[in-house]
Design a protein around this ligand. Structure first.
Ligand code: NAD
Length: 353
């Protein structure tokens, strides 16, 4: 149905959240309220393409502030809450797990309580229409050997502080459905990449370091395998689930694009060499192997058959196409990443990830 809905998007100034919001404003008639604390990872510049719309509004708030969330829910009256606010960087979770516990677990709990209260106050169609969509990761399932795929029934075995905090939040969301009847949806997705990705993450870090002739640090032997999904394809999948998913259901989302980290870095080098050659030589020379991340999961891969069967969703970009678009976007948008890289933005300085 094409009736205009109201989407409240937590973490909407982040990488995936901003892709969801830009898509909602660009391609639908729905209204959007972004709720974001604007941590180091939140960036209003990523929302610039949506910010001019009268269907868009922004609230700077922490999901862990219950009263604030109560007021925002009461004021906006969302039909759908899409919950993407989280601490999201595995390396940061190893160095400082406290923020991951606070936002991902306690923050999600606080938000659930306020959303439950809000939903209980709704009546009739508004109550029947309401959904709480929790966006999570495939990292909650732990590590795969060379064979097999994660799917909706895979047992949880998180290994990092980040994935453990996301697993805990998934369990809370599931329990709020089973115990209180809250109409929830959960999605677990593989590694995203694409435009507006904060340059501490593998692909943008490698693009920008390679462009600047800096070292390309690769963990361990570089043979850890990830499944990569273009962020715009993830945003499309999320909007399908948010509007058509059955309450209480989980959907696994993946790109069907398994690559070792080393192979990813080599593709980044080759694409850059092709479109902006380096007079000093092929960029693979910049690759340097660094001490492995503690507890580094060997392989992630997703069986996304369920979302394909139920909603006809599949990724539109294969890895090569998506990576070329991503490289082109970083080349065309130094204004977006320049401030972050120079350390001006929020006083952050980046190391080698
Ligand atoms: P991100 O770090 O780019 O963005 C997170 C956003 O949440 C930021 O805008 C930040 O300011 C905001 N935020 C953090 N703490 C907050 C708080 N307490 N209150 C309000 N806002 C807060 O992350 P992302 O990569 O866009 O990931 C979004 C979600 O998707 C996360 O829940 C993550 O676990 C999940 N996910 C990410 C990936 C991936 O590859 N990036 C894959 C699967 C799932």
């Amino acid at each position: 149905s094409d009736r205009p809905l109201k989407f409240l998007v937590t973490g909407g100034a982040g990488f995936i959240g901003s892709a969801v919001v830009r898509r909602l404003i660009r391609e639908t008639g729905h209204r959007v309220c972004v709720v974001d604390k604007l941590t180091y990872a939140g960036n209003l510049a990523s929302l610039a393409p949506a910010a001019g719309s009268e269907r868009y509004r922004f609230e700077k708030a922490d999901i862990g502030e219950g009263e604030r969330m109560r007021a925002i829910l009461a004021g906006f009256q969302p039909d759908i809450v899409m919950h993407l606010a989280a601490e999201s960087h595995v390396d940061r979770s190893i160095d400082g797990p406290a923020a991951f516990i606070d936002t991902n677990i306690v923050g999600t709990f606080t938000l659930l309580q306020e959303v439950l209260r809000h939903w209980r106050g709704l009546e009739g169609e508004a109550r029947a229409r309401f959904r709480f969509h929790h966006i999570s990761t495939d990292e909650v399932f732990g590590s795969l050997g060379p064979e097999g795929f994660f799917h909706e029934e895979t047992a949880y075995r998180p290994n990092s502080p980040y994935s453990a905090s996301k697993a805990a939040s998934d369990h809370l969301v599931r329990a709020w459905h089973h115990t209180y009847g809250l109409p929830v949806l959960v999605t677990n997705c593989s590694n995203n990449y694409g435009p507006y990705h904060f340059p501490e993450k593998l692909i943008p870090l490698m693009i920008l370091n390679a462009l600047e002739g800096k070292a390309l640090p690769v963990y361990g032997d570089g043979l850890n395998v990830r499944d990569w999904l273009y962020v715009e394809d993830h945003a499309e999948a999320l909007l399908a689930v948010a509007q058509r998913g059955r309450p209480g259901e989980t959907y696994a989302i993946g790109g069907n694009s398994e690559m070792s980290n080393l192979a990813v870095v080599k593709r980044v080098c080759a694409i850059l060499d092709e479109i902006r050659p380096d007079p000093a030589g092929a960029r693979e020379r910049l690759i340097s192997f660094v001490t492995d991340r503690p507890g580094h999961d060997a392989r992630y891969a997703i069986d996304a058959g369920k979302i394909g069967r139920e909603f006809g969703w599949k990724p539109r970009h294969d890895f090569e196409t998506g990576l070329r678009e991503t490289v082109a976007w970083y080349l065309a948008n130094p204004g977006w990443w320049g401030d972050i890289r120079s350390g001006v933005y929020r006083g952050e300085r980046l190391g080698a990830g």
